[in-house]
Ligand binder design. Structure first.
Ligand code: RIB
Ligand code: CA
Length: 314
């Protein structure tokens, strides 16, 4: 099986951490060329420390590059209420790994241009780094296979009633990315609110004797307090959706459609206006927007893979 070249751009973030663990459980399918961080859920310092901390916890030597300190134009607004003061539910990771680069944009450019094949980018935080990359170094566009993005929604929001956090945080960056014509798969809230774990799943993880599953349980337990989806009975792991699609696309239904980002200052700031009108048949040059997911299979696969990590990382 040909391994897919990937770089994940993230803002860990509780669901980012679980998504990264899920990625490592499937390392046999990927060439993980690096991890870049972007301010979002927490400050760039905290999210970068959390990425380095997870690599220390797993003792993984993956190149980590620190990215944007904040959005292109908008004010930062960390989601401390959801992810905690340190970004991972106050979980204390060890810190034994060193930062590879303090410039995610040049790291992305260098890594993509030197890769032996095209590279899939998996942005699961605000799109600031990705926008800066394609505007500063447009030569990378021809070497990007796909952007598997966690962000946006065909309807509704979480940061506001009309906008999903990653897009709301940096709408100008999101507009640059969605207007770039680079192939996109969008995992929006309309599917990611169903891609996660139930309360009893997390209770079982917390009781686990396995190193990785226990950690995931403990940080997910914090997530239940802040993420009010389904009143604490279910917690979405939004970011894992962008990785699951690459491994199990059969779990999803999708449609190609234009996605336009509202960059106003008003109520609809950060809204991803998806043209879902049934009578339009958009071709594959438009973003592939995931519209439905087999949530039980998603949950089964995610749990199985997290427990498998316990055997890989003792
Ligand atoms: O809206 C969910 C997204 O915002 C996820 O990526 C989560 O980590 C936060 O960044
Ligand atoms: Ca995230």
């Amino acid at each position: 099986m040909i391994k897919r070249n990937i770089i994940i751009d993230c803002d860990p973030g509780i669901d980012d951490v679980v998504a990264l663990c899920f990625m490592f459980a499937n390392e046999d399918k990927f060439n993980i060329l690096g991890i870049t961080t972007v301010a979002g859920n927490q400050t760039i310092e905290n999210v970068t420390n959390n990425a380095l901390g997870l690599m220390s916890f797993l003792n993984k030597d993956i190149k980590i590059a620190r990215g944007a300190k904040g959005p292109l134009l908008r004010e930062k607004r960390p989601a401390s209420n959801v992810h905690g003061a340190n970004g991972v539910g106050d979980y204390q990771f060890p810190q034994t790994k060193e930062l590879y680069s303090d410039n995610a944009v040049t790291f992305l450019r260098d890594t993509i241009m030197s890769a032996d094949d095209k590279v899939t980018l998996i942005p699961v935080g605000p799109l600031t780094n990705i926008a800066l990359l394609i505007k500063t170094f447009p030569e990378v566009i021809s070497k990007i296979e796909l952007l598997s993005i966690m962000g946006g929604a065909t309807i509704g929001g979480n940061a506001t009633p009309t906008a999903e956090f990653n897009i709301w945080a940096d709408p100008e960056a999101a507009r640059i990315v969605f207007d770039s014509k680079i192939p996109i798969v969008m995992s929006g809230l309309n599917v990611t609110h169903s891609t996660g774990l139930y309360r009893n799943d997390v209770d079982e993880l917390m009781k686990s004797t396995g190193k990785v599953t226990k950690m995931c349980g403990e940080i997910m337990n914090f997530y239940f307090k802040g993420d009010h989806v389904k009143k604490g009975t279910f917690s979405p792991i939004h970011d894992a959706c962008a990785i699951m699609y690459l491994i199990h696309p059969e779990l999803y239904e999708f449609r190609h459609m234009p996605v336009k980002v509202d960059c106003s200052e008003e109520l609809s700031r950060g809204n991803t206006v998806c043209d879902v009108r049934e009578w339009f048949d958009y071709d594959e040059t438009y973003p592939k927007v995931l519209t439905c997911v087999d949530l039980e299979k998603f949950r089964d696969i995610l749990l199985e893979d997290l427990y498998r990590l316990d055997k890989m990382y003792k």
